[in-house]
Design a protein around this ligand. Sequence first.
Ligand SMILES: *Cc1c(COP(=O)(O)O)cnc(C)c1O
Length: 440
Amino acid sequence: MNRKLYSNLIFELSHPGRKGYTLPKNPYAHQSLPESLKRSTDAELPECDELTVVRHYTNHSENNFGVNNGFYPLGSCTMKYNPTINEEVASHPFFVNLHPLQPKETVQGAEEVYENLQLSLAELTGMSRFTLNPCAGAHGELTGLMVISAYHQSRNDNKRTKVIVPDSAHGTNPASAAICGFDVVEVKSNANGQVDVDDLKTLLGDDIAGMMMTNPNTLGIFETQIPVITKLVHECGGLMYYDGANLNPLLGQCRPGDMGFDVMHVNLHKTFSTPHGGGGPGAGPVGVCEKLVDFLPTHDIEKEAKQFLNIDIHPYHGNFGTLLRAYAYILTLGKENIKMVGPLATLNANYIKECLKDVYELPIEGLCKHEFVFNGLINKSTGVTTMDVAKRLLDYGFHAPTIYFPLLFHESMMIEPTENESKDTIDGFIAVMHQIAEEA
Ligand SMILES: *Cc1c(COP(=O)(O)O)cnc(C)c1O
């Protein structure tokens, strides 16, 4: 870190006439292009020697901060370590060189991975079947909401235009509902940071298509009223959607399907370790209960006949490399160890919370799950903001937590350590957070 390389200080690396390549002889040179397709001026490409290009990109890659460099407690994002074996599996030439239009009999192994991963997710979540097609959490939400919409339409129940979303929800929830054509209705949180059931009751009716819930919610709190909420929403004819982007604390402990949810998505690139950030490839598989299986999108391997949701969510079978990594992660942990993910992530989060609540304001007391939210420093008279704390953490070599989200508090700092961190690392973070409070 902090290396001021000479090459980093020069912005413009291109020099007219400099070259780092030779093109192969053009075998089509004798064929003339139509004038209309020819350039009138040269393309404006950088002109560099090869070594300059290699250094440019290598230096960029070293300016990155990732889980492989240090602690990355970015709440709601589950920046957990992606084990090296995942990369080994995903980069195997047998997988890398597959083409999605290869004859079916030559891709049986890949199809088996797809089917086994689908079954593993169904078992972990209690849903009946998954499509692995959507390539992000938000993409999964949209897919799941389209399933809900198709279900109501198949019953000629066309007046259900509204989707209920808690005020603590991830921003993608109302956005996905709106993009799917629903009106978004907000349900309030109560003083415990959970969905306010009394407020919910005032919103229910025969115009409700469904309700989206995140659990543990964005404050890291387990929604204890789920049985009451699912019953109320089902009684009015709506379906329950579970945002399982952060399934971490639940893995092997309890299942959304058993809680009465009808549709859910899982972020493989959070809960199942595959790397993410910067808009890279992800996967947001969508699982549904039995009565919705026929509404899953096309391009699903098993089903070909009954298709209500006749849409192509994503070409072919989603981001296959991401699926492979998640599958490798599940198999590496196995049935027994995967049950430890939730308790360890929960222990780590609670440990940090309890060690720091003497100087950082904890707006919601009590046990959290995999993450929690501080509302800045307790001592507001210093004028030191959450932004200042975040930047100071970077000085100390830690990635900042998620800040100014959720919007329920003005100085939110959302901290999620994940299950992989050692006590030494976590103690180091706690010490630095105390140090920053002291400096403030
Ligand atoms: C990350 C996240 C999403 C969105 O997932 P993307 O893959 O970023 O689209 C949705 N809901 C919750 C609770 C999340 O944490």
